[in-house]
Design a protein around this ligand. Structure first.
Ligand code: HAM
Length: 469
């Protein structure tokens, strides 16, 4: 090949390469981004469920004197390793851990309890009157396999009572959880267990291991691996074969020391007193290592589809503070996943507080009218009138359509003519009747009409409550 041909071929190659590059750039520009796997957008139409739940949580916290604590989303990775436990699914597989620019190993929080315990110690809360009752709300992150009710970013509601070992605290935490679900009209049963303390658990673990060893070849691969390090977790395995084996396994409650047995009986007696439905469930051992004594999960009373995903869970964690460098500090708490609550509320059509309805739509026509409408909107709002506006819309038809869609009672129409005359038009959206009123008296006129509409609705309600005569 001569030099001319070589240059020719090189130019063709260059041209093809450039074509490809341009194509890639074009496609990149067009690329429509999608939600990262395992994440969830919470769209405006869903917000009413979230607000409803947040409202209930705040009211329950007030009722039982829990104070809100705001926690950072990242913590030192070691904090979770020590508290949740290195042999747990969360720490082994699910943490979003990374080195930051200062080369510090940090993790997005997979749960709140470790961070709250860290804050309790760091801010010397043990010097406050005990117990310290804290609650927190917000996102957590677990790199789990996404599926129904399981996200990689999800939100938790957390209630913790720190600094008191008495069984009354376990009962109160369970009561708060129970009331939360009750107030959302969800029937739940508390699945409860005691997994003892470092004094009595080792004996039980040995008995359990001896029992499970007999079935070693039949255990699932994961459970086989857990047999030596974490036999308790085999009890809550989701594998059918494992479940069959653990059905007749020895139970921790038969191996509790005197102190743990007494504590557990007291918790159950308090629950009886409070008439909270519970079921003793020796398989509720939880997936986090810090638990001692009481462990519990909140299960919905079986849905039509028979699905049984736990809505929340918690327990006592008397050893956690010491594990992360604090003084021995008993504590108990629970957390509930908000996404699971929301989906169950929707599925069961449980009533939620609807967003407040709007009364007035402010429509405008023309630039001068729009200028006046901006300030009139503020005046209406300050006068406690539930008002919305169509300031970004041009035609009256489009604004009236929007007003109709929003279901407002009246639309105020401000055009060029009204501006010159010092008037404003009030349109009754139900009957379509329009009246012109003095612009200076518009707030008064609106309030008068709204009050009249309210009285009419009340009268109607009274008649329908009495029924036909
Ligand atoms: P947990 O059982 O790991 O406990 O999580 C509590 C709740 O968070 C679960 O019952 C579930 O509703 C929700 N949840 C967990 N993982 C996911 C996920 N991937 N997607 C959606 N929801 C999820 C704890 O986190 C403990 N810190 C609870 C606690 C507080 N114990 C004592 N105090």
């Amino acid at each position: 090949m001569n030099a001319r041909n070589i240059i020719f071929y090189k130019l063709i190659n260059l041209k093809n390469w450039m074509k490809k590059e341009i194509q890639i750039k074009k496609e990149f520009k067009k690329k429509q981004f999608q939600l990262v796997r395992g994440m969830k957008d919470i769209l405006p139409e869903e917000q009413k469920y979230w607000l409803h739940i947040e409202d209930l949580v705040r009211r329950l916290a007030d009722k039982y004197s829990f104070q809100r604590i705001g926690m950072p989303i990242v913590e030192n990775t070691e904090l979770f390793k020590r508290s949740v436990g290195t042999a747990t699914d969360i720490v082994e597989k699910e943490m979003y851990s990374f080195f930051d620019k200062g080369n510090e190993n940090i993790s997005l929080r997979p749960e709140f309890t470790a961070g709250i315990a860290r804050a309790y110690i760091e801010h010397g809360m043990l010097n406050l009157p005990q117990p310290v009752k804290l609650y927190a709300l917000g996102p957590c992150f677990r790199y789990d396999k996404p599926q129904a009710g399981r996200y990689r970013q999800f939100n938790q509601i957390n209630f913790e009572i720190i600094g008191e070992a008495d069984a009354i605290c376990d009962a109160q935490v369970i009561l708060v959880a129970y009331q939360l679900y009750q107030q959302i009209n969800l029937q739940v049963v508390i699945q409860i267990n005691s997994i003892g303390c470092p004094d009595c658990r080792p004996e039980y673990e040995n008995v359990l291991k001896d029992y499970l060893k007999k079935y070693r070849s039949k255990l699932s691969e994961v459970s086989g691996k857990r047999l030596s390090k974490n036999p308790l977790r085999i009890l809550d395995s989701k594998e059918k074969d494992d479940q069959e084996i653990v059905k007749d396994a020895p139970q921790q409650v038969d191996y509790l020391c005197e102190g743990c047995r007494e504590h557990f009986i007291q918790v159950l007696e308090y629950l009886d007193e409070l008439e909270i439905p519970y079921a003793l469930n020796s398989k509720v051992v939880r997936g986090l290592d810090y638990y001692t004594r009481t462990t519990f999960e909140i299960w919905p009373v079986e849905g039509e589809d028979g699905r049984m995903v736990e809505l929340g869970g918690g327990g006592r964690y008397d050893g956690l503070a010491e594990l992360i460098g604090g003084r021995p500090t008993p504590a108990v708490g629970f957390a509930s996943g908000v996404e699971r609550l929301v989906s169950l509320i929707k599925e069961r059509k449980a009533p939620v507080k609807e967003p407040e309805s709007l009364d007035i739509f402010l429509a405008q026509l023309g630039i001068e009218a729009r200028k006046r409408a901006i300030t009139l909107f503020e005046e209406l709002y300050e006068a406690d009138i539930k008002v919305t506006e169509g300031l970004a819309r041009r035609g009256l038809k489009a604004q009236l359509e929007l007003a109709n869609k929003l279901g407002v009672k009246y639309t105020l129409i401000l055009g060029q003519k009204e501006l010159i005359d010092g008037t404003i038009m009030i349109r009754d959206m139900e009957g379509g009747i329009q009246e012109v009123v003095d612009a200076k008296k518009v707030i008064l006129e609106v309030k008068k009409r709204l009050e009249k509409a309210r009285v009419n609705v009340n009268e109607l309600n009274k008649v329908s409550a009495i029924g036909p005569t």
